[in-house]
Design a protein around this ligand. Structure first.
Ligand code: ZN
Length: 470
């Protein structure tokens, strides 16, 4: 008998068990903070990232930069180093020979990419330049690690880097990145919210940072993407200049924005239930599983199941016919755990009426469908599942964002979700708010509301979100 999955209400246990039970990652690799993608998990990951690629490929170019960064480049940007120095892995030897210049395993790639931008960018006609890569990066995390959420090897870091003629052009790109990330998370049916990070929490070397967060089932927020306006900070450090229309040399204005495999963690954590994963149809490695119900003389049933399989795979659905020797109940259980959006049961009774039985993973709704309407019905049901998943989690997300006026209210709100509260914008007030509530200031909303800072009581229209963050 298969091991039972803990209840989703016990989220931390549920999350670590489902990763192994559904075949997402194997955490038994003998280095802390590193894990192995199982083939099923990797297929899911690839489907998620292919959405991201398709959104970026519209006007970005994919590139691939080396993993190793010379210490001499890495150490150029003072603020950047300060932000990362505790987290860098260093390669110091080649065989037995000490390297003249130690090499960093990239924790992020600004210092690998911008020296090349210096060589690539000559004139205003080379701008805007937009590249991205999807690579592994390494960070020596000292906090408690958790697969796909807090790791020492980020296996799937999508980082985009852009260069523009003016600060305003770069700012437009920041807005464009917000739109791309918003579209991306809509496609994954993940509710999300953007805030401008407070200054003490911005990316080291950025003018400002925007982050996108979602809310996990345990009420903690998960940062699932960041977008940074770098101004000319890195351009000055790496001497990235272009010749403007008047023949003058100018520094480029830059942005960068990243998403890690936390996007996959969010899909798993937010949609799953007590029985296992529930995957949005667009990213589900298997969209439809066919289970023949055989009672002794079931040859006709098996043939019919094969016909259904052929029809659906010819139409481009990702479909599996489970003809293993397990009992139907065991098969249901197995495929429910893997989050397959639709199950088709073909039994003797279905055969008689020339129909099949369709079962939805999200609602367990069961319907009988005539064979002649199979393809359009499957298409429609997959769309309905996406919509239903999104509506359900969006409702729960919205309900857990609570308007607060006092820090006591914040303390209560962050037990289950996100608190919204006025803040004057002063760093010392923000830090004090964190200290008193034990929660983090996620960042400022673009939306404003009149009220008082809970610390200095100054009138303000700035609103921030606070939460317990992963
Ligand atoms: Zn204040």
């Amino acid at each position: 008998m298969a091991k039972a999955l803990p209840k989703k209400a016990d989220f931390s246990e549920w999350y670590s068990e489902i990763l192994s039970m559904a075949g997402i990652v194997d955490v038994r690799y003998p280095i802390k903070g590193l894990s192995v993608w199982h083939p099923f998990g990797l297929t899911l990951r690839n489907r998620v990232y292919s959405i991201l690629r398709s959104l970026l490929d519209v006007d970005h170019q994919e590139a691939l930069f080396p993993l190793l960064i010379p210490e001499t480049e890495f150490m150029k940007e003072a603020e950047h180093i300060k932000g990362f120095e505790e987290e860098v892995y260093w390669v110091t030897k080649g065989g037995d020979t000490p390297l003249e210049v130690p090499l960093a395993l990239r924790p992020t790639s600004e210092t690998a990419i911008y020296p090349m931008f210096k060589l690539w960018i000559r004139s205003h006609t080379d701008l805007p330049l937009r590249v991205y890569q999807i690579v592994n990066t390494f960070r020596y995390e000292t906090k408690h690690t958790r697969p796909l959420v807090r790791v020492r090897e980020i296996t799937s870091f999508k980082e985009a880097h852009t260069a523009h003629a003016t600060w305003e052009d770069a700012e437009k790109q920041v807005h464009e990145a917000v739109r791309i990330y918003s579209d991306f998370y809509d496609r994954l049916a993940i509710p999300h919210i953007f805030t401008k990070r407070p200054d003490w929490d911005k990316f080291p070397g950025a003018d400002y940072s925007i982050a996108v967060d979602t809310l996990m089932p345990d009420g903690k927020t998960l940062q699932i993407g960041t977008i940074h306006h770098l101004g000319t900070n890195f351009a000055k450090t790496f001497d990235v200049q272009y010749e403007d229309v008047n023949g003058e040399q100018q520094y480029v204005h830059q942005t960068c924005y990243g998403i890690s495999e936390r996007c996959v963690a969010a899909v798993i954590a937010i949609h799953g239930d007590d029985r296992g994963l529930i995957l949005p149809p667009e990213v589900a490695p298997t969209q439809v599983v066919i289970v023949p119900i055989l009672f002794g003389k079931g040859k006709g049933v098996y043939e019919a199941a094969k016909r259904v399989h052929k029809t659906l795979s010819n139409k481009g659905f990702r479909v599996v016919l489970d003809d293993s020797d397990e009992r139907p109940g065991a098969k249901y259980y197995k495929w429910e755990r893997k989050g397959v959006p639709l199950r088709i049961e073909v039994g003797p009774r279905d055969l008689k009426s020339n129909s099949v039985t369709l079962v939805r993973r999200d609602t367990f709704e069961k319907t009988s469908i005539p064979m002649s309407e199979l393809v359009p019905t499957i298409n429609q049901k997959l769309k309905d599942i996406h919509t239903n998943l999104y509506e359900k989690v969006k409702k729960s997300f919205d309900e857990r964002i609570v308007e607060c006026t006092t820090l006591n209210e914040v303390k209560t709100a962050v037990k289950k979700g996100i608190a919204k509260i006025n803040w004057c914008g002063a760093e010392k007030c923000g830090l004090r708010m964190e200290e008193i509530t034990g929660a983090d200031v996620l960042g400022e909303l673009t939306q404003t509301k009149k009220g008082k800072c809970p610390i200095c009581e100054k009138q303000t229209d700035k609103v921030v979100l606070m939460a317990r963050a992963y």
